[in-house]
Design a protein around this ligand. Structure first.
Ligand code: ZN
Length: 376
């Protein structure tokens, strides 16, 4: 096997197996030479990736994507782009390249490692993300305000890189995406690792408030058993529940929960949906279950789908999903939302995605494909 691909696999597993960098199927990595780019296939996990998890594409054909004019309709446009990406595949044709392929191709360094580190997102999902980014990284980084993922994001980053290169004489090695994560590019994986190490150290010096304990305790099995059968739509579903000092701080009351009741980034929506259900403590277990049932029904009526995250005041959070694996993914991703919200207090407080941004992801077929793959 090509030594660069071996290196790509190594660095992918290194970051992919660390939950403080990526969760579930998140993040992607690539290596490129003059002719081809090898990128993680959609739905493949970085933690366990091998050479069969990468798709190689022709960079010549990928360039067409940046030159072509696509439909104004986002759904038609993303389908057109998807078809052109498929057209650019060298091998294997049956895998789907990451939706961020064109973006990786833009970055003029041989290796690119894109992750969603919790601490980085503590800044990226904060009210003053851009200001803090400038203060901490100055001219070293490119900051991209939140943009719908896919083709539009690609165009916005392309323009950002063009301007950055014009001003600095070189492309940025560090690209921050608001409410999303970070792209790091370099010609060696050793440099990628050292850029990440410096990045994390810089953010850590600005984390003033200590994170409450994340040591977990379980929830009453009676509540869990019944939570999984609260709604006819939950037929055959499984529920997992946890509590911790961190969780407890957010589920104390409606006001504290308002800091964690919406999604920060597209991946949150992929796994947990965009809105989370809060149930106030109404006394006995029977009363809590009755209240939960009523609120699940109201949630379904409002959003058109069942909640994946249910927070019981003072008791813990419950994930309801069609398998235990999916329920565990939901808990992991939601706990990460709580950490991001907590870290964001150091940078002006949390800033969620807005309703328009959420609707775009909710309607996006590419994300639905990832959701489906994550379950298989
Ligand atoms: Zn991403």
């Amino acid at each position: 096997m090509n030594i660069d691909i071996q290196d790509l696999i190594r660095v992918s597993r290194l970051f992919g197996s660390d939950p403080s960098y990526v969760l579930a199927g998140g993040g992607n990595t690539s290596f490129k030479n003059e002719e081809k780019i090898w990128i993680k296939a959609s739905g493949i996990s970085l933690a366990t990736i091998d050479k069969n998890g990468f798709v190689s594409l022709s960079r010549e054909k990928l360039k067409l994507v940046s030159q072509k004019t696509y439909s104004q309709d986002p759904l038609i446009r993303e389908n057109e782009v998807k078809a052109d990406l498929h057209e650019a595949i060298v091998s294997p044709k049956e895998l789907r390249p990451s939706v961020e392929t064109s973006l990786h191709d833009l970055i003029n360094y041989r290796f690119v490692v894109h992750t969603h580190p919790t601490k980085v997102n503590g800044v990226m999902c904060a009210q003053n993300a851009e200001k803090w980014c400038r203060e901490m990284f100055g001219e070293k980084a490119l900051f991209i305000p939140y943009t719908d993922p896919g083709y539009i994001l690609f165009k916005v980053v392309a323009e950002g890189i063009r301007i950055f290169a014009e001003e600095n004489g070189t492309q940025p090695k560090l690209i921050f995406l608001e409410n999303h994560g970070v792209f790091v590019g370099a010609d060696t994986t050793a440099e990628i690792e050292s850029i990440y190490a410096e990045l994390m150290a810089t953010i850590e010096t600005n984390l003033i408030l200590p994170l409450p304990s994340t040591v977990k305790s379980g929830l009453s099995s009676i509540i869990l058993d019944q939570a999984a059968h609260l709604n006819p739509g939950f037929e055959g579903f499984k529920a997992l529940g946890i509590n911790s000092a961190l969780i407890d701080q957010f589920i104390a009351n409606e006001t504290t929960f308002a800091k964690a009741n919406k999604s920060f980034s597209p991946d949150d929506i992929v796994y947990c949906k965009a809105h989370y259900l809060y149930v106030p403590d109404s006394g006995s277990e029977a009363a809590i279950l009755a209240e939960t049932k009523a609120r699940v029904a109201a949630y379904l009526k409002k959003y058109g789908y069942l909640p994946k995250v249910i927070a019981l005041q003072g008791k813990g959070i419950i994930a309801v999903e069609d398998s235990l694996k999916s329920a565990q993914n939901v808990l992991d991703v939601y706990e990460n939302i709580l950490k991001i919200s907590f870290y964001a207090e150091n940078f002006g407080g949390p800033k969620f995605m807005n309703d328009e941004q959420i609707a775009f992801i909710d309607n996006w077929e590419v994300e639905n494909y990832r959701r489906k793959m994550a379950k298989s």
